[in-house]
Design a protein around this ligand. Sequence first.
Ligand code: PAF
Length: 286
Amino acid sequence: MTTTVVESIPELRSRLQNHRNTGLVPTMGALHAGHTRLIETARTQCDPVVVSIFVNPLQFDRKDDLDRYPRTLDSDVELCEELSVDLIFAPSAAEMYPAPPLCTVEVGRIADHLCGPFRPGHFRGVATVVMKLLQIVQPHRAYFGEKDAQQLAVIRRVVADLNVPTAIVEVPTVREPDGLAMSSRNRLLSGPQRASATVLYEALREAARQIAERQRDPAVIKRTATDRIGRTPGVRLEYFEIVDPEEMQPVSRIDGPVRVAGAIWVGSTRLIDNMLCVPPVCPAVS
Ligand code: PAF
Protein backbone atom coordinates (compact mmCIF):
# COMPACT_ATOMS: atom_id res chain seq x y z
CA MET A 1 0.00 0.00 0.00
CA THR A 2 1.11 3.57 -0.59
CA THR A 3 1.68 5.80 2.38
CA THR A 4 0.98 9.45 1.70
CA VAL A 5 3.47 11.93 3.09
CA VAL A 6 1.88 15.23 4.06
CA GLU A 7 3.82 18.29 5.14
CA SER A 8 1.11 20.89 5.59
CA ILE A 9 -1.37 21.17 8.47
CA PRO A 10 -4.37 22.25 6.29
CA GLU A 11 -3.79 19.33 3.90
CA LEU A 12 -3.58 16.83 6.77
CA ARG A 13 -6.75 18.23 8.34
CA SER A 14 -8.67 18.02 5.09
CA ARG A 15 -7.54 14.40 4.50
CA LEU A 16 -8.69 13.39 8.00
CA GLN A 17 -11.93 15.33 8.28
CA ASN A 18 -14.37 12.46 7.67
CA HIS A 19 -12.65 9.89 9.86
CA ARG A 20 -13.92 8.83 13.26
CA ASN A 21 -11.29 6.29 14.39
CA THR A 22 -7.93 7.88 13.69
CA GLY A 23 -4.82 6.54 15.43
CA LEU A 24 -1.72 8.73 15.86
CA VAL A 25 1.80 7.47 16.49
CA PRO A 26 3.91 10.56 17.29
CA THR A 27 7.63 10.04 16.53
CA MET A 28 10.80 11.94 15.80
CA GLY A 29 11.68 9.49 13.03
CA ALA A 30 14.70 7.15 12.88
CA LEU A 31 12.08 4.45 13.28
CA HIS A 32 13.06 1.14 14.92
CA ALA A 33 11.37 -2.00 16.25
CA GLY A 34 9.89 -0.06 19.17
CA HIS A 35 8.05 2.21 16.71
CA THR A 36 7.04 -0.85 14.67
CA ARG A 37 5.28 -2.20 17.77
CA LEU A 38 3.49 1.16 18.29
CA ILE A 39 2.35 1.26 14.66
CA GLU A 40 1.26 -2.41 14.64
CA THR A 41 -0.78 -1.82 17.79
CA ALA A 42 -2.39 1.26 16.25
CA ARG A 43 -3.11 -0.70 13.05
CA THR A 44 -5.14 -3.29 14.99
CA GLN A 45 -7.27 -0.60 16.68
CA CYS A 46 -7.56 2.34 14.28
CA ASP A 47 -8.24 3.35 10.71
CA PRO A 48 -6.61 5.49 9.43
CA VAL A 49 -3.20 5.31 11.11
CA VAL A 50 -1.12 8.50 11.05
CA VAL A 51 2.58 8.55 11.96
CA SER A 52 4.03 11.97 12.68
CA ILE A 53 7.74 12.47 12.08
CA PHE A 54 9.03 15.71 13.52
CA VAL A 55 12.29 16.35 15.34
CA ASN A 56 10.89 18.88 17.75
CA PRO A 57 13.46 21.62 18.49
CA LEU A 58 11.46 22.79 21.53
CA GLN A 59 12.25 19.64 23.50
CA PHE A 60 16.05 19.70 23.02
CA ASP A 61 17.94 21.44 25.78
CA ARG A 62 21.24 21.16 23.87
CA LYS A 63 21.82 22.25 20.28
CA ASP A 64 24.46 19.56 19.66
CA ASP A 65 21.92 16.89 20.67
CA LEU A 66 19.35 18.33 18.23
CA ASP A 67 21.98 18.47 15.44
CA ARG A 68 23.13 14.89 16.11
CA TYR A 69 19.62 13.41 16.28
CA PRO A 70 19.37 10.79 13.47
CA ARG A 71 17.19 11.78 10.51
CA THR A 72 16.27 8.94 8.15
CA LEU A 73 13.07 10.02 6.36
CA ASP A 74 13.46 7.78 3.28
CA SER A 75 13.83 4.54 5.27
CA ASP A 76 11.11 5.71 7.70
CA VAL A 77 8.69 6.09 4.77
CA GLU A 78 9.64 2.61 3.50
CA LEU A 79 8.96 1.06 6.92
CA CYS A 80 5.62 2.89 7.19
CA GLU A 81 4.64 1.53 3.78
CA GLU A 82 5.48 -2.02 4.91
CA LEU A 83 3.34 -1.46 8.01
CA SER A 84 0.37 -0.10 6.00
CA VAL A 85 0.47 3.35 7.56
CA ASP A 86 -2.06 5.59 5.78
CA LEU A 87 -0.46 8.98 6.34
CA ILE A 88 2.88 10.32 7.45
CA PHE A 89 2.73 13.85 8.79
CA ALA A 90 6.24 15.27 8.33
CA PRO A 91 6.01 19.02 8.85
CA SER A 92 8.93 21.45 8.74
CA ALA A 93 9.86 23.41 11.86
CA ALA A 94 8.35 26.51 10.17
CA GLU A 95 5.04 24.68 9.64
CA MET A 96 4.87 23.69 13.32
CA TYR A 97 6.34 26.91 14.75
CA PRO A 98 5.75 29.80 12.29
CA ALA A 99 6.80 32.05 15.18
CA PRO A 100 8.49 31.19 18.47
CA PRO A 101 5.54 30.07 20.64
CA LEU A 102 4.41 32.37 23.43
CA CYS A 103 2.01 29.77 24.81
CA THR A 104 3.48 26.47 25.99
CA VAL A 105 2.28 23.63 28.24
CA GLU A 106 3.77 23.65 31.76
CA VAL A 107 3.75 20.22 33.34
CA GLY A 108 4.32 20.91 37.04
CA ARG A 109 5.97 18.48 39.44
CA ILE A 110 5.92 15.43 37.12
CA ALA A 111 9.04 17.01 35.57
CA ASP A 112 10.81 17.66 38.89
CA HIS A 113 12.71 14.33 39.03
CA LEU A 114 14.28 11.71 36.73
CA CYS A 115 15.07 13.35 33.36
CA GLY A 116 13.47 16.71 34.27
CA PRO A 117 16.34 18.37 36.20
CA PHE A 118 18.92 17.15 33.67
CA ARG A 119 17.00 18.40 30.62
CA PRO A 120 15.61 21.83 31.50
CA GLY A 121 12.49 22.63 29.46
CA HIS A 122 12.41 19.18 27.85
CA PHE A 123 8.99 18.12 29.12
CA ARG A 124 7.50 21.55 28.39
CA GLY A 125 8.69 21.01 24.81
CA VAL A 126 7.27 17.48 24.66
CA ALA A 127 3.92 18.46 26.21
CA THR A 128 3.62 21.44 23.88
CA VAL A 129 4.37 19.55 20.65
CA VAL A 130 2.17 16.59 21.64
CA MET A 131 -0.68 18.98 22.46
CA LYS A 132 -0.20 20.63 19.04
CA LEU A 133 -0.16 17.23 17.28
CA LEU A 134 -3.33 16.18 19.10
CA GLN A 135 -5.01 19.43 18.01
CA ILE A 136 -3.83 19.04 14.42
CA VAL A 137 -4.64 15.32 13.95
CA GLN A 138 -7.51 15.05 16.48
CA PRO A 139 -6.91 11.31 16.88
CA HIS A 140 -9.16 8.99 18.83
CA ARG A 141 -6.14 7.16 20.18
CA ALA A 142 -2.46 8.09 20.42
CA TYR A 143 0.32 5.57 21.04
CA PHE A 144 3.40 6.01 23.22
CA GLY A 145 6.13 3.64 24.40
CA GLU A 146 6.62 2.59 28.02
CA LYS A 147 10.36 3.18 27.52
CA ASP A 148 9.73 6.91 27.91
CA ALA A 149 7.72 6.41 31.11
CA GLN A 150 8.09 9.97 32.38
CA GLN A 151 7.01 11.34 28.99
CA LEU A 152 4.01 9.03 29.08
CA ALA A 153 3.10 10.20 32.60
CA VAL A 154 3.37 13.82 31.43
CA ILE A 155 1.16 13.19 28.39
CA ARG A 156 -1.46 11.30 30.39
CA ARG A 157 -1.63 14.22 32.79
CA VAL A 158 -1.81 16.89 30.04
CA VAL A 159 -4.66 15.02 28.36
CA ALA A 160 -6.51 14.57 31.67
CA ASP A 161 -5.98 18.13 32.93
CA LEU A 162 -6.83 19.80 29.62
CA ASN A 163 -9.78 17.50 28.74
CA VAL A 164 -8.31 16.30 25.45
CA PRO A 165 -10.66 13.64 23.97
CA THR A 166 -7.88 11.25 22.91
CA ALA A 167 -7.23 7.87 24.56
CA ILE A 168 -3.55 7.46 25.40
CA VAL A 169 -2.37 3.90 24.73
CA GLU A 170 0.80 2.62 26.41
CA VAL A 171 2.83 0.06 24.45
CA PRO A 172 5.45 -2.10 26.23
CA THR A 173 9.17 -1.50 25.67
CA VAL A 174 10.74 -3.52 22.86
CA ARG A 175 14.23 -4.85 23.69
CA GLU A 176 17.20 -6.27 21.84
CA PRO A 177 17.90 -9.96 22.67
CA ASP A 178 20.40 -8.84 25.36
CA GLY A 179 17.84 -6.54 26.98
CA LEU A 180 18.91 -3.13 25.61
CA ALA A 181 15.77 -1.04 25.09
CA MET A 182 15.21 -0.06 21.46
CA SER A 183 16.03 3.62 20.93
CA SER A 184 16.82 5.83 17.96
CA ARG A 185 19.99 6.79 19.84
CA ASN A 186 21.34 3.19 19.88
CA ARG A 187 22.59 3.69 16.33
CA LEU A 188 24.99 6.36 17.66
CA LEU A 189 26.88 3.75 19.78
CA SER A 190 30.21 2.20 18.69
CA GLY A 191 30.68 -1.59 19.07
CA PRO A 192 32.29 -1.45 22.57
CA GLN A 193 29.79 1.22 23.69
CA ARG A 194 26.91 -0.97 22.53
CA ALA A 195 28.30 -3.83 24.66
CA SER A 196 28.52 -1.60 27.79
CA ALA A 197 25.06 -0.06 27.27
CA THR A 198 23.23 -3.16 28.58
CA VAL A 199 24.37 -2.35 32.13
CA LEU A 200 21.32 -0.14 32.66
CA TYR A 201 18.94 -2.99 31.83
CA GLU A 202 20.96 -5.33 34.07
CA ALA A 203 20.76 -2.82 36.96
CA LEU A 204 16.99 -2.51 36.46
CA ARG A 205 16.63 -6.30 36.48
CA GLU A 206 18.61 -6.49 39.70
CA ALA A 207 16.38 -3.80 41.24
CA ALA A 208 13.28 -5.76 40.14
CA ARG A 209 14.72 -8.89 41.77
CA GLN A 210 15.41 -7.03 45.04
CA ILE A 211 11.86 -5.65 45.08
CA ALA A 212 10.44 -9.13 44.35
CA GLU A 213 12.47 -10.35 47.35
CA ARG A 214 10.79 -7.73 49.55
CA GLN A 215 13.51 -5.09 49.73
CA ARG A 216 11.48 -2.03 50.75
CA ASP A 217 14.27 0.51 51.09
CA PRO A 218 14.90 2.45 47.84
CA ALA A 219 18.33 3.58 49.14
CA VAL A 220 19.59 -0.03 49.24
CA ILE A 221 18.39 -0.68 45.68
CA LYS A 222 19.87 2.58 44.40
CA ARG A 223 23.22 1.76 46.01
CA THR A 224 23.38 -1.66 44.31
CA ALA A 225 22.60 -0.09 40.92
CA THR A 226 24.99 2.82 41.38
CA ASP A 227 27.86 0.43 42.29
CA ARG A 228 27.16 -1.81 39.32
CA ILE A 229 26.92 0.99 36.78
CA GLY A 230 29.92 2.78 38.34
CA ARG A 231 32.09 -0.31 37.69
CA THR A 232 31.29 -0.34 33.96
CA PRO A 233 34.03 1.25 31.83
CA GLY A 234 32.91 4.10 29.58
CA VAL A 235 29.53 4.49 31.29
CA ARG A 236 28.51 7.41 33.49
CA LEU A 237 25.37 7.26 35.61
CA GLU A 238 23.12 10.31 35.41
CA TYR A 239 20.39 9.09 37.77
CA PHE A 240 18.81 5.93 39.12
CA GLU A 241 15.52 6.58 40.93
CA ILE A 242 12.49 4.79 42.32
CA VAL A 243 9.29 6.78 41.88
CA ASP A 244 5.53 6.44 42.05
CA PRO A 245 4.19 5.50 38.59
CA GLU A 246 1.68 8.37 38.18
CA GLU A 247 3.43 11.54 39.32
CA MET A 248 7.02 10.31 39.17
CA GLN A 249 7.86 11.40 42.72
CA PRO A 250 10.62 9.50 44.59
CA VAL A 251 9.25 7.12 47.23
CA SER A 252 10.79 6.74 50.68
CA ARG A 253 9.54 3.13 51.04
CA ILE A 254 8.38 0.56 48.51
CA ASP A 255 4.87 -0.35 49.61
CA GLY A 256 3.13 -0.55 46.22
CA PRO A 257 3.90 -0.44 42.49
CA VAL A 258 6.91 1.71 41.64
CA ARG A 259 8.67 2.76 38.47
CA VAL A 260 12.44 2.15 38.66
CA ALA A 261 14.13 4.41 36.12
CA GLY A 262 17.65 5.34 35.13
CA ALA A 263 19.69 7.36 32.66
CA ILE A 264 23.29 6.71 31.64
CA TRP A 265 25.79 8.31 29.33
CA VAL A 266 27.75 5.96 27.11
CA GLY A 267 30.37 8.23 25.60
CA SER A 268 28.36 11.18 24.30
CA THR A 269 25.10 9.21 23.94
CA ARG A 270 22.44 9.41 26.62
CA LEU A 271 20.24 6.35 27.17
CA ILE A 272 17.21 5.90 29.42
CA ASP A 273 15.24 2.86 30.54
CA ASN A 274 12.81 1.85 33.28
CA MET A 275 10.74 -0.99 34.72
CA LEU A 276 7.46 -1.13 36.56
CA CYS A 277 7.96 -3.22 39.71
CA VAL A 278 5.20 -4.48 41.95
CA PRO A 279 6.29 -5.76 45.39
CA PRO A 280 4.74 -9.04 46.55
CA VAL A 281 1.76 -8.69 48.83
CA CYS A 282 2.60 -9.84 52.40
CA PRO A 283 0.82 -13.07 53.32
CA ALA A 284 -2.06 -12.40 55.73
CA VAL A 285 -1.17 -13.04 59.39
CA SER A 286 -3.75 -15.39 60.91
O1 PAF B 1 9.08 10.17 22.05
C1 PAF B 1 9.28 10.92 21.07
O2 PAF B 1 9.74 10.51 20.02
C2 PAF B 1 8.98 12.42 21.21
O3 PAF B 1 9.27 12.88 22.48
C3 PAF B 1 7.54 12.78 20.80
C4 PAF B 1 6.51 12.13 21.70
C5 PAF B 1 7.29 12.35 19.36
C6 PAF B 1 7.34 14.29 20.89
O4 PAF B 1 8.24 14.98 20.07
